[in-house]
Design a protein around this ligand. Structure first.
Ligand code: AQP
Length: 334
């Protein structure tokens, strides 16, 4: 049976990267009629310092972002991770399956821990095993993510395979990463070699889902580019990371392919292309921002939706966790 699981960290402002790489595609999957479970992964967020009040606000804001992007809490299950304790419990069990050598190869840990890895939390290091637990505790078969998360989904497959091998079972299905569309890796507007990220210290590097139309237009106008006009064909974008990024964003926002965008704008300079992109971005994002702001007026309703989602998630996860504990030899007597 097909079952989709994915999550987003409530670690700051949602970006256009999160929207195009994740939220927009989540809504598409839901609308294809596949069973969908979407999580606000607050246990992941605290692997780096989060101000408690800010974390609460960011969690509700992310819930509003999901809803405003088209996630229907009746058709999908939408909840925050810490309200379903099976995630943390499964996380521990999978910590005991994952190997240190595997964890040492995770590039996101290296990026986030930076040069001073001694000061990073143990949680940041174990993050990918908790992510494996998030996925496997639902027996999810597909995980829509951006390019940056591919390595973690592959690790999840390795953990599932080792568990199945060690315990001579076929209990865990191998989940597939689903990385589709023109915007699987949206890059920073300031540096075409870095991905657009919620936690980038430069606000000008990203478009936030909460930005106003003026802020969006200004950030796109100031985006770093080379001085050449856009090429007529895709191969002309090679070695032009910033130009390629803006073309990909235009493609993802308009539902066209990057080749179609170049068919329309090939030969045009950024003086023409950037205003067109800004208009498009504003027209797609403004209704989402407006809806998010409306939903944020009623935090109690958001909390109710998350609570109800958590109950539904728990009903799937708890029996899978119980079965896992049993397979591993834990006595279950109550
Ligand atoms: N720039 C991006 N382009 C495409 N997809 C992206 N995603 C993130 N950035 C981009 C996808 O969004 C989902 C949620 O990501 P996350 O919040 O769990 O963590 P992240 O990948 O570490 O994202 P951020 O925005 O960079 O957060 P911080 O700054 O807190 O680390 C994932 O599917 C991700 O692929």
């Amino acid at each position: 049976k097909r079952r989709i699981f994915s999550g987003i960290q409530p670690s700051g402002n949602l970006t256009l990267g999160n929207y195009l790489g994740a939220l927009k595609r989540f809504a598409e999957k839901q609308n294809e009629g596949i069973e969908t479970i979407f999580c606000i992964v607050d246990l992941h967020a605290v692997t780096v310092w989060q101000e408690p009040e800010a974390l609460k606000r960011q969690t509700r804001e992310l819930a509003a972002g999901y809803l405003a992007s088209g996630i229907d809490p009746e058709r999908s299950i939408l909840f925050n991770q810490s309200q379903v304790s099976a995630h943390a419990e499964m996380g521990w069990l999978l910590n005991c399956v994952a190997r240190l050598g595997w964890m040492n190869r995770m590039t996101q840990f290296k990026d986030k821990a930076g040069k001073n890895a001694e000061k990073a939390s143990l949680g940041l290091y174990a993050y990918p095993a908790l992510m494996a637990a998030d996925i496997l505790v639902y027996h999810a078969t597909e995980v829509p993510v951006g390019e940056d998360q591919k390595q973690h989904v592959e690790l999840t497959r390795d953990i599932a395979a080792k568990f199945n091998h060690d315990y001579k079972t076929e209990f865990f299905p191998a989940p597939a990463p689903v990385i589709e569309g023109a915007a699987t890796r949206v890059m920073s507007l300031r540096d075409g070699s870095k991905k657009m990220s919620k936690s980038d210290p430069s606000d000008a590097s990203r478009i936030n889902l909460t930005d106003t139309a003026d802020q969006i237009a200004k950030k796109i106008r100031k985006a770093v580019t080379d001085p050449e006009p856009l090429p007529e064909t895709l191969d002309g974008l090679e070695g032009r990371a910033e130009a390629k990024n803006l073309v990909n964003i235009y493609a993802a926002l308009s539902g066209k392919t990057p080749a179609e965008v170049l068919g329309e704008y090939g030969g045009a300079g950024f003086g023409t292309f950037k205003p067109a992109l800004a208009d498009l971005a504003v027209s797609v994002m403004e209704p989402i921002t407006t809806e998010m702001n409306r939903l944020m007026q009623d935090p109690a309703e958001i909390d109710r939706i998350l609570g109800r989602g958590a109950e539904r998630a728990e009903a799937i996860a708890r029996p899978i966790l119980d079965r896992t504990l049993d397979i591993m030899g834990m006595v279950r007597s109550r």
